[in-house]
Design a protein. Structure first.
Ligand SMILES: Nc1ncnc2c1ncn2[C@@H]1O[C@H](COP(=O)(O)OP(=O)(O)OP(=O)(O)O)[C@@H](O)[C@H]1O
Ligand SMILES: [Mg+2]
Length: 228
């Protein structure tokens, strides 16, 4: 379980993006983090993935402060896919996917390749294995970035707007796929797509101006949003 206690983050220009966040993410739930543009969703995800160091508050994974975990343990526990994906442009899809398992987990090239092929097959994008990122569509690149993140088998995967480049059918497949993967990896997903949130998540969080103003069962949170 992730537990966030009294978390505040202020950017260098004085903008306070998170104001004393308190929330727990039990692993048996898939969470959708929703909220208006600028409400602090990405900032929260960036603190949870250690890209931003909060000035106040603590984030715990089980009983450890995540900022005190060693890099290897942290990377094996938390995966993250940003809005901007960050695929390496000079590497094929397969090379993008096998880099971290080889470097961080010491997997042999052969084993890493076999694992990558299995993951691409599971996601229905095996035909992209030898393409470079510039040769795939936006929606395909999104799936490649997520597949790459899953190669390290993290306990928890943080996704920022994973469906922004997906069409309706691919979004539905993606919800299904997240539910199937849930026994190995739990997901916390920032999304504007309420339909996707409803089918993929079991719990919802709604943020406004750096605070969590609603959280609970996904259907309850969605009906509050629609009533706003
Ligand atoms: N690098 C930065 N420097 C200064 N202010 C920032 C920076 N990044 C974000 N902010 C500000 O912090 C607040 C929260 O931004 P954040 O990106 O977390 O919002 P968000 O909920 O993810 O929005 P969106 O839905 O548009 O992605 C906003 O007011 C934003 O302008
Ligand atoms: Mg954002």
């Amino acid at each position: 379980m992730i537990k966030i206690k009294n978390l505040s983050y202020t950017y260098g220009d004085g903008k306070q993006a998170l104001k004393g966040i308190n929330i727990s993410f039990p692993v048996e739930h898939i969470f959708a983090i929703m909220g208006f543009s600028g409400s602090g969703k990405t900032t929260l995800l960036n603190c949870m993935s250690r890209f931003l160091k909060p000035q106040e508050g603590t984030i715990y994974w089980e009983d450890s402060d995540i900022f005190e975990m060693d890099e290897k343990t942290f990377r094996a526990t938390f995966g993250v896919v940003f809005q901007s994906l960050n695929l390496f442009p000079h590497m094929t899809v397969l090379e993008n996917m096998t880099l971290a398992p080889a470097r961080l987990q010491g997997l042999s090239a052969r084993k890493a390749k076999a694992a990558a092929i299995e993951m691409l097959e599971r996601l229905g994008i095996l035909e992209l294995a030898n393409h470079y990122p510039a040769q795939v569509s936006g929606g395909q690149a999104q799936r490649v970035a997520i597949a790459r993140g899953l190669m390290l088998k993290p306990r928890l995967m943080l996704l920022d707007e994973p469906t922004s480049a997906l069409d309706v059918r691919t979004t539905e497949d993606f919800s299904q796929w997240i539910r199937e993967l849930k026994s190995d990896t739990n997901f916390i997903i920032v999304t504007h797509d309420l339909g996707f949130a409803k089918t993929a998540a079991t719990r919802g969080i709604f943020m406004s101006e750096g605070e969590i103003i609603d959280s609970g069962n996904i259907n309850d949170v969605l009906s509050h949003i629609k009533g706003r």
